[in-house]
Design a protein. Sequence first.
Length: 432
Amino acid sequence: MDGAAHEIPKRGVDHAVPRERKLARERRADHVRLKVNAVGTNDLDVGTRKALFDEGLDLFGLHEGAVVRAAGNDQLECRSDMLAERARARYLDTHPTTDSPLPSHDCSEIAASKLIESARRVVLTEAAALQGLASRIDAAFAKACQLILSRTGRVVTSGMGKSGHVARKIAATLASTGTPSFFVHPGEASHGDLGMITATDTVLALSYSGETEELLTILPLLQRQGIPILAMTGKPGSTLARQCDVHLDASVLSEACPLGLAPTASTTTALALGDALAIAMLEARGFTAEDFAFSHPAGSLGRRLLLRIEDVMHRDAEVPSVSSDATLIEALMEMSRKGLGMTAIVDDRRRLIGVFTDGDLRRALDSNMSDLRSTQVSSVMTRTPRTIAPHRLAGEAAQLMEQHKIQGLLVVDRDELIGAVTFLDLLRAKVV
């Protein structure tokens, strides 16, 4: 505090808060020669010009010898010339800095068995947490699902820190499985983003402690609008758990972190509980693979679920076909012209009778057939070919071809040949 700038008659010490243990709110650790306005003052005696500092606050000894009396009767000066440097130096005696490389380790000194044991311990701890969660799924979970289903708006997830990351993922999973959802940061909600939430929405708040200040701040405002609150916490007796409409217990016996500090088992549990909500909603809404495709149009997944046979098949003159009385040579010429490795055999109304493929040709040659020119194709064709309807998904064609180890399918509609599709066509369409 610069005494010249703050007169005692004007309540003396700027920002002095009696009995409060706090430093001024500047970023004191990053500045040289930081002037501290006040440090936990117990009393300010104008008559004796005496400032009594709370020594319990001075953990680093930063104010040792730093309090001086001002020359004037109405002035008091408190200066710590090397506040940031002294705190940083004392901390660096035992801790690495974030802007310095971490100490290197000799990998030969770290036994592989210990690393494996550590990994297994984490997985088993989190697996035990999930087993505990499964035993706690009860009527509260069903009530949460019913509440979401009864609402016409979106599910708005919110949380701070790691809970916020989990909340984002839950919102994404809900949105992609038929329940419109998005994430709102609780800190930003208090500065305008609360307007993104409407009276028809449902809020899912995540906080393991159940005491996250940013969530508790907006809770009354949401309740005033009649917005139902679902809470996912690890503390059933917490403020958030008590004030919400439905509480989902995501508690764990212990974290996988050996220090018990990093959220590990607790975040896994919250994530699994969010997935359980999403899948329960999916099944309750009768959400289908086609519905899923509409929210995943990009990439091979979207193409497999959106593209239909009629979108990728060969049509009209591109489809190889011969009559049932055609010779084997005529069938081979048709296959060569159309280049699909097969030809359909049809009657005069284009109803499918059979198919002749490269495989059928090899089998015919192995049978020591005497005269290829006079042999009718109907005698060596496959009479029960694999077919598919034009409205079926292209992904289904890929599954059929893989299952039966064939390279193409004929497309029929009410027994009439209307097209053909090959594995190469599916590759070009990036379905496989």
